[in-house]
Design a protein around this ligand. Structure first.
Ligand code: BES
Ligand code: MN
Ligand code: ZN
Length: 496
């Protein structure tokens, strides 16, 4: 992975070398330190603002090279616009700031505004934006056939009045960043390297942080009667795994909250094979499981005060002499039978059994599943919102709020008896597809048949886990979507 910046917090002092970044609003008045740099450079900042016609627009930047009278390589102006900045703006501002100083070894980010101080929380979000922006999945790029030389680390000092508060807030936001980057790494990794077994090993590695991780293999999954999941896996030479990550940070005996992830390490579609064009993207069909793994990393590393289960169903969906056929009928762990109309609607088969397993064994307070479940959610919502489906209005409200706060936004889609009817089967209790229309909803109705009375939300991340347009905080194919959203949900409503 590309080198991540080394981030430190410091009181505001005149930077003596490297780059200095200062914030600038639309009224173009300089903060105290910018004023000091401007004076020391005989007005280089004000002249540059004028010469470049810099307007201080949010996220815009202007570089001033080697200003006279200063020992700095660059002074960088970073626009903050004129409106009050939201938390998500500070995050994206950090990303934009990182882009402006990128690659240079030493930078001071001076978080001071003409109108007043920057809060510790905002400075920490700025740091998170810098870190997320720095991520680059370049481990398979070589130079002349050899691994690329590691570039020197970028050292960033974030300067602000409440630097101690910011350093404290960063202890938490740093591990949330790490969880997000772990999820990105898992999604970007190709399926030849990351099969079910290798993914399970990544989950197992969370034990080093203090979690307990249980891995179920073929024989155990058979003993658990998880035949819906096993049916998907049977066309692959690489056996399935279910990983259960357990964190007990709450009161002993309190029911856990549970996160369940679809981990199809590669989805060819099976016998209902997908067209060749773009099929390589199906290496990301474990984006739900990646988000659950990254989330568990974050919650465990920050010692969240709550009992949590993270459960991921890991399979590969391949066509093969032993693959499941359209028309096959499988008996799920719940006892309900499923007619497999289309082997490409495999994610719901995997999730059905993992949801049942988690519900029966752990009796959780709620279950939230994340899955790259349907192409239809991309048609409905694009890359901008994940679709949520739920039996709990309260949880939807909490998630919407967490989405606004983190920028990982969600949009609720409906469930109803009429949609549910669409997956009735003439041969079994249900079929795994509901026809052409409302594809994301009928997929969610399918899952709903396995959650019983438990509060539940299904998050369809097919549009948000990967392939999103590049932005201030992500330049990579995989986004790590879901880690920040759900960490926030837990922090705001389910801890302590
Ligand atoms: N993994 C896909 C959904 C998907 C599509 C994820 C595009 C990411 C990007 C899923 O398993 C699938 O194939 N769904 C089918 C369902 C259909 C057969 C009912 C789909 O969406 O076409
Ligand atoms: Mn599929
Ligand atoms: Zn799939």
């Amino acid at each position: 992975m590309a080198k991540l910046p080394v981030i430190k917090f410091h009181p505001v002092t005149a930077p003596k070398s490297g780059n200095a970044l200062v914030l600038l609003g639309k009224d173009l008045s300089l903060c105290a330190m910018a004023e000091e740099l401007n004076t020391a450079s005989q007005g280089a900042l004000s002249r540059a603002i004028k010469a470049a016609d810099f307007k201080g627009d949010l996220f815009a930047s202007q570089v001033i090279l080697a200003p006279n009278g200063l020992e700095l390589d660059r002074v960088i102006l970073l626009g903050i616009g004129e409106k009050d900045l939201l938390d998500t703006d500070w995050l994206r501002l950090g990303g934009a700031g990182m882009a402006a100083v990128k690659g240079f070894e030493k930078s001071s980010m001076i978080l001071q505004r003409a109108e007043g101080e920057v809060s510790a929380e905002h400075a920490s979000l700025f740091a998170m934006g810098m870190k997320l922006r720095s991520y680059d999945f370049d481990k398979y790029k070589t130079e002349k056939g050899a691994p690329k030389e590691d570039k020197p680390s970028v050292h960033v000092t974030i300067q602000l009045a409440d630097h101690e508060g910011a350093a404290k807030a960063w202890e938490r936001d740093d591990v949330i960043s790490n969880g997000t980057l772990l999820a990105r790494d898992l999604v970007n990794e190709p399926a030849n390297i990351l099969g079910p077994e290798e993914f399970a090993a990544k989950a197992k590695a969370l034990e080093a942080l203090g979690a307990e991780v249980e891995i179920l293999e073929q024989a155990e999954l058979e003993a658990e009667n998880m035949w819906a999941l096993l049916g998907v896996a049977q066309g692959s030479v690489r056996g399935p795994r279910v990983a259960i990550i357990k964190w007990n940070g709450g009161e002993q005996g309190d029911a856990p909250i549970a996160f369940i992830g679809k981990g199809v390490v590669f989805d060819t579609g099976g016998i209902s094979i997908k067209p060749a064009g773009g099929m390589e993207e199906m290496k990301g069909d474990m984006g739900g499981a990646a988000a659950v793994t990254g989330l568990m990393h974050a919650l465990i590393a920050r010692k969240a005060k709550v009992n949590v289960i993270g459960a991921i169903g890991l399979v590969e969906n391949m066509p093969d002499g032993n693959a499941q056929r359209p028309g096959d009928i499988v008996t799920s762990k719940s006892g309900q039978t499923i007619e497999v109309i289309n082997t490409d609607a495999e994610g719901r088969l995997v999730l059905a059994d993992v949801l049942t397993y988690v519900k029966e064994i752990y009796e959780p307070r709620f279950m939230i599943d994340l899955a790259t479940l349907t192409g239809a959610v991309l048609v409905a919502l694009g890359n901008q919102n994940a679709g949520i489906f739920s039996n709990s209005d309260e949880m939807c409200a909490q998630l919407s709020q967490a989405g606004e706060a983190t920028g990982e936004t969600v949009w609720r889609l409906p469930l109803s008896k009429d949609y549910d009817k669409m997956i009735d089967s003439q041969f079994a209790d249900m079929k795994n597809t509901g026809g052409r229309w409302a594809g994301s909803i009928t997929a969610a109705q399918f899952l709903k048949r396995f959650v019983g009375e438990t509060d539940w939300v299904h998050i369809d991340v097919a549009g948000t886990a990967m392939g999103s347009p590049k932005n201030e905080i992500n330049q990579s194919w995989a986004s790590g979507y879901g880690v920040r959203l759900l960490d926030r949900l837990v922090a705001d409503h389910y801890e302590g």
